[in-house]
Every structure is written in C-alpha cells, then in structure tokens.
Design a protein around this ligand. Structure first.
Ligand code: ATP
Ligand code: MG
Length: 118
C-alpha cells in the first residue's frame, strides 16, 4: 500500500498526518517506510524526534537517490533512534523506518518544488 500526502500549499498538515498514519500502521505490525520528499524543509526527523536527522540528512538522502547518486538512500529506524521514550518502547515491536531528505539538496536547481512534498 502506498499513501501519498501532497498539497500545493505549505503548512496544511501533511507531515504530521503522514507521521501519525505511519506510526499507527507500524503499531498494527506492518512494515512501514516513510519517505520525506520535502527537500526544502524536511521535518520527518523533527516529528519523530530523531535529533541526528532533525533537519534532514547531509548525505545519501532521497534527493541523492532520485538523482541516481546512490542506490541506497539513508534509512533510519524510527523505533530504535527516536529521542522520545514512548516511540522506542512501543507495545509491539513493529517495523518502522524513515528516509530523510538530503539537507544539502535545498539549493539544487533540480530540486522538486517544495509544495510537492509531504
Ligand atoms: N490536525 C492538526 N491540528 C492542529 N494543528 C495541526 C494539525 N496537523 C498539523 N498541525 C500543525 O500545523 C502545522 C503544519 O503542519 P505540517 O508541518 O504537518 O504541515 P505540512 O503540510 O507538512 O507543512 P510544510 O509545508 O511545513 O511541510 C504544524 O505546526 C502542526 O503542528
Ligand atoms: Mg511537511
């Protein structure tokens, strides 16, 4: 199952809603991958409270993958790396990971419009 969250306007709640959906699907023992295509303002790490990718990742983010610069985008296990204790000790140890956007990609001329990302 693929779920896309897109809007032509920022600040409409895509990231928060998407993270909530990902979390609840993982609690139902689904393997979930959250892909943050917001290259202008990546917030996945902040919402899941993963400090090392709070503002995206420096290398091998999704932008690098889309451009063919890496075959393996940076992936972070949310349940293992979140600073939030409640996320690290879920009722059932379901799989949940996220792929943050590349922080350095913000100024790239090939970056998709910010409005197309979650
Ligand atoms: N259901 C909700 N009720 C109240 N506030 C919300 C709700 N969903 C999101 N918000 C708030 O609205 C703001 C924007 O939410 P969010 O970052 O998810 O939007 P976005 O569409 O991903 O925006 P961005 O363009 O910044 O990526 C945040 O401050 C968030 O806390
Ligand atoms: Mg967002």
């Amino acid at each position: 199952m693929l779920i896309f969250a897109a809007s032509d306007k920022g600040g409409t709640g895509r990231s928060v809603t998407s993270c909530n959906i990902a979390y609840h699907l993982s609690m139902q023992r689904n393997d979930v991958a959250y892909l943050d295509f917001d290259f202008g303002s990546p917030t996945t790490g902040a919402i899941f409270e993963i400090s090392k990718v709070e503002r995206g990742t420096e290398q091998n983010g999704l932008h690098s993958y889309v451009e063919g610069k890496t075959n393996t985008p940076h992936q972070v296990d949310v349940l293992a790396n979140s600073d939030r204790a409640g996320l690290r000790a879920p009722p059932s140890r379901a799989g949940s990971s996220c792929c943050p956007a590349t922080r350095a990609a913000r100024s790239s001329p090939t970056s998709p419009r910010r409005s197309s990302a979650a």
